[in-house]
Design a protein around this ligand. Structure first.
Ligand code: 5GP
Ligand code: ZN
Length: 114
């Protein structure tokens, strides 16, 4: 059995508030939301991080970004703006090693990040 919490969410053995699902991509609400809209968009396939992405993953990344755009529209943040975050590696702030893209919006987001 997998030890990866996001694989468990994909399998349904760990609950999550899912907002979008298709054959390859899943989006769910972050457990510790940092903004009114804070979703995690992930491939269902276990890919640990951006370091494991090659050209062959181009179509999958295209699917993920198309889902992000669709959700930004549906959740009403597309016009005002939003942020997509990928943390990679320990110093990059990655805590879950199943690649994921944070979709944050619904408030004014500061820059630079901490
Ligand atoms: P990272 O720090 O790796 O970029 O982001 C991991 C994110 O996953 C964090 O924002 C954290 O709040 C979220 N998270 C961790 N465990 C769970 C969980 O069991 N369910 C959900 N929905 N989010 C989680
Ligand atoms: Zn996984």
């Amino acid at each position: 059995m997998t030890e990866c919490i996001f694989c468990k969410i994909v399998e349904g053995s760990l609950p999550a508030e899912k907002v979008y699902e298709d054959e390859d991509v899943l989006a769910f609400r972050d457990l510790h939301a940092q903004a009114p809209v804070h979703l995690l968009v992930i491939p269902k396939k276990h890919i640990p991080s951006v370091r494991d992405i090659g050209e062959e993953e181009g179509p999958l990344l295209g699917r993920i970004f198309s889902v992000i755009n669709r959700l930004a529209d549906e959740l009403g943040v597309a016009d005002k703006g939003f942020r997509i975050v990928n943390n990679c590696g320990d110093e990059g702030g990655q805590t879950v090693y199943h690649i994921h893209f944070h979709l944050l919006g619904g408030r004014s987001l500061s820059w630079p990040p901490g």
